[in-house]
Write a protein that binds this ligand. Structure first.
Ligand code: SAH
Length: 349
């Protein structure tokens, strides 16, 4: 039997071409697209203006990705929700809803697991399983929007996985997410976070998009970065920063630098000084993230005073900086921890 086609990852023109191949008219494709991306149905059977016959052939030739909510943790502190979703192939991924005054923001995963190996990150401990399809990335947002019955206004690709290691699917996802005939989220309200895959950052800069690029920097020089992030073996810190400059030149979008503060590792006055030298002159913003300790590693958070001091040093050096509010502190903290705990429990049964 030929493999079924992933209909949720098709854009409208692909769907029109596909329907025409099936001997159907273009307007049918538009109706189906609307069911999938505007009304966000979970199954073909909900498409009430499509004939039974066509629904049967769609089921035969295609599949409609639909994630299953396996677990939700709700923070009592700030309403943050962490979702664990089950994929069709039995893998699980996590996504997070953060509620801000300016709207609802969803943090999605881009891969099942990750192969980047950042030392402080739980998502990478068991390696990479596979990249997510565009439809699987989208459905995290659709399902969360439906679950809370509210509009999602912002999306950050900062969950498990390296989005630029799943580049083609990421681009397709962006196209569908920002399509006015779908969920219609503005490119300006989308942030993609990368550990710094230089050629892909440059490629993304050339795509003519208005999305924000966040770069996980986490150190102010090459040798310290190498201690925390194996990807630095491949791309030197200077090359990565240059790619950020290029991104700004091409897109006019201010760069976000993420800097996870790890106690005694990258949080000294010297680190702050070096960081200022490294990025000064770039139109950017530094997001300081108190590292979220994971049990598999012995990294600790910098204390509150050290964090405040680090931020003040940056600001005095002319660099915009904020300390990221830790959302959902009371529910499985760091990136990838919920999935990891779930997986470990299942594996031990
Ligand atoms: N692969 C991408 C996106 C996923 S990680 C990237 O590297 O940017 C999202 C952000 O969370 C990154 O900045 C990552 O370094 C950070 N992060 C991961 N685990 C963390 C932890 N335990 N504490 C603090 N930040 C963490």
């Amino acid at each position: 039997m030929p493999e079924r086609i992933d209909i949720k990852s098709m854009n409208l023109s692909e769907l029109i071409a596909f329907m025409e191949e099936m001997g159907e008219k273009a307007f049918r494709a538009k109706q189906i697209y609307q069911w999938i991306h505007e009304k966000q149905v979970d199954s073909f059977d909900e498409m009430t203006n499509i004939s039974k016959k066509l629904i049967e052939s769609l089921k035969e030739k295609t599949y409609l990705t639909s994630l299953v909510k396996e677990e939700v943790q709700i923070s009592k502190l700030d309403g943050t929700r962490k979702y664990l979703f089950l994929l069709e192939d039995g893998n699980v991924i996590e996504s997070v809803l953060m509620r801000y005054k300016h709207g609802n923001s969803v943090c999605i995963s881009s891969q099942v697991g990750c192969r980047m190996g950042c030392r402080f990150c739980a998502s990478t401990l068991d390696g990479l399983v596979r990249g997510l399809t565009a439809g699987e990335m989208l459905d995290q947002i659709y399902k969360i929007g439906k679950d809370i019955g509210e509009r999602i206004s912002n999306v950050v690709v900062m969950g498990t996985g390296e989005p630029l290691d799943n580049y083609d699917n990421l681009l397709k996802f962006i196209e569908l997410l920002t399509d006015e005939h779908g969920i219609n989220i503005s490119q300006r309200n989308l942030t993609v976070s990368t550990c710094g895959i230089v050629p892909r950052m440059r490629e993304l800069a050339d795509e003519n998009l208005a999305i924000t690029l966040a770069l996980s920097l986490h150190a102010s020089n090459q040798s310290k970065r190498l201690e925390l992030m194996p990807v630095a073996n491949k791309y030197d810190i200077k090359e990565v920063v240059d790619a950020c400059k290029y991104y700004f030149e091409q897109t006019g979008r201010r760069i976000t630098f993420e800097y996870s503060l790890v106690g005694g590792v990258n949080d000294t006055d010297e680190d702050a000084k070096e960081l200022i030298q490294l990025i000064k002159g770039i139109n950017c913003h530094v997001n300081l993230i108190p590292v979220n300790p994971i049990k598999e590693r012995d990294y600790v958070q910098s204390n509150a005073k050290v964090i405040e001091n680090f931020k003040n040093k940056l600001e005095k050096g002319g660099i915009n900086a904020t300390v990221r509010r830790e959302m959902g502190r009371d529910i499985d903290g760091a990136c990838g921890q919920l999935r990891k705990r779930y997986k470990d429990t299942k594996d031990n049964l």
